[in-house]
Design a protein around this ligand. Structure first.
Ligand code: ADP
Ligand code: MG
Length: 353
């Protein structure tokens, strides 16, 4: 699936909802569209499905433009956030619906629908109505319905948003299993960065309708292309700093090795240090004061305020001797061994990020 400079201007809106997005997604790949609410994720999904006709740009599958095809001829299956099952139909009939609408013979419909319910492990509840199923079960049926017509591409819009945390994890694993088994190309919309990082082969990070980065989860986490990506994906402390060498920054008087990103040269810079890249030391380091220590299972999270007023988070592992600390106690902060935070310098005047 290729998106070629896809742009969507809704009437009367001051800025485009989707702004020149170009993406090439491989067959069988699971891609997450990740970004804050309102950044254009659903609009992009609706353009691919054919429910919204984009203002400019093209959508291609296998090199063929889809733009003139109506939704039902695009070989695209969609699962919406609210499942949208027919309330008066059994699970089986819901799954068979798309096949019936395409004029498949009744016994073929039933056979295929059974097969799909089996795939999502819901065959034992085939005769249940939606109101007799849990949220996770309805979600499985919606997934089976989307897959039944044999789409080449599966689109999922925030599919787990309505599920509670433990059920969400089960469903994430389930969807990944089914997607792998069926070898289907899948695009999943989410605003949950953990979900995107854990499930996707590649993550497309979107901000204000624009694609900021399209890369595997590790790369998005470790080598964010922009300051936005660094701050949106994973927790991050953004500290005002000054470059004092090609890969050295002055952070409140301490010299830290950094990886310069963003294209600018020299000072000033924003250093993004992850909570797990910091340590509390008994000796030298950035002076700070503990505001709060929170025991979060295997980890302890400390909220720390630096002398110049900047606040940051630090995570220590209990297995490495972390302990709760009293609010108000003085600490020194150093970089964890081998940690090299990213430093973003403002891009040169006129350059597009
Ligand atoms: P997301 O799914 O990332 O939350 P959306 O694609 O739903 O974002 O929305 C992107 C932007 O487009 C928002 O500013 C939203 O208000 C606007 N928008 C979405 N749908 C329409 C529409 N049908 N008409 C006008 N504006 C819309
Ligand atoms: Mg949305």
């Amino acid at each position: 699936l290729t998106l070629d400079a896809v742009t969507q201007h809704y009437k009367g809106a001051p800025t485009p909802a989707v702004d020149a997005v170009t993406l090439a997604i491989g067959a069988g790949e699971l891609v997450a569209l990740l970004g804050p609410s309102g950044c254009g994720k659903t609009t992009l999904l609706r353009i691919i499905a054919g429910f919204v006709q984009q203002s400019t740009g093209r959508v291609l599958v296998g090199g063929r433009a889809l733009d003139d095809l109506p939704p039902h001829r695009r070989e695209v299956g969609v699962v919406f956030q609210n499942y949208a099952l027919f309330p008066h139909m059994s699970a089986l009939d819901n799954v068979a619906y798309g096949l019936a609408a395409r004029g498949a013979p009744r016994d073929a419909q039933q056979r295929k629908a059974r097969e799909m319910l089996d795939l999502v492990q819901m065959d034992h509840l085939a005769q249940r109505l939606p109101r007799e199923m849990s949220g996770g079960q309805q979600q499985r049926v919606a997934l089976a319905r989307a897959m039944a017509v044999g789409p080449r591409i599966l689109l999922l819009d925030e599919p787990f948003a309505a599920l509670d945390k433990s059920l969400r994890l089960d469903m994430q694993i389930e969807v990944k299993r089914i997607q792998r088994k069926a070898g289907i190309t899948c695009i999943m919309v989410t605003h949950d960065q953990e979900e995107a990082l854990s499930m996707a082969d590649r993550v497309a990070v979107i901000n204000k309708g624009r694609l900021e980065q399209f890369a595997p989860p590790n790369e998005v986490y470790d080598s964010p292309a922009t300051l936005f990506v660094n701050r949106f994906v994973g927790a991050s402390n953004a500290l005002a700093a000054r470059m004092v060498g090609a890969d050295m920054a002055d952070v409140a008087g301490e010299r830290w090795p950094v990886r310069p990103l963003g294209g600018g040269a020299g000072s000033p810079a924003t250093v993004c240090v992850r909570p797990e890249q910091l340590r509390i030391s008994d000796g030298a380091g950035l002076p700070g004061t503990i505001e709060l220590s929170l025991p979060l299972g295997p980890q302890i999270v400390h909220e720390i305020r630096l002398a110049d007023g900047q606040a940051l988070k630090l995570v220590e592992s209990r297995s490495h001797g972390a302990r709760l600390r009293e609010p108000g106690s003085a600490v020194s902060l150093t970089l964890a061994e081998g940690a090299v935070p990213n430093a973003f310098t403002p891009a040169p005047e006129g350059a597009r990020p």
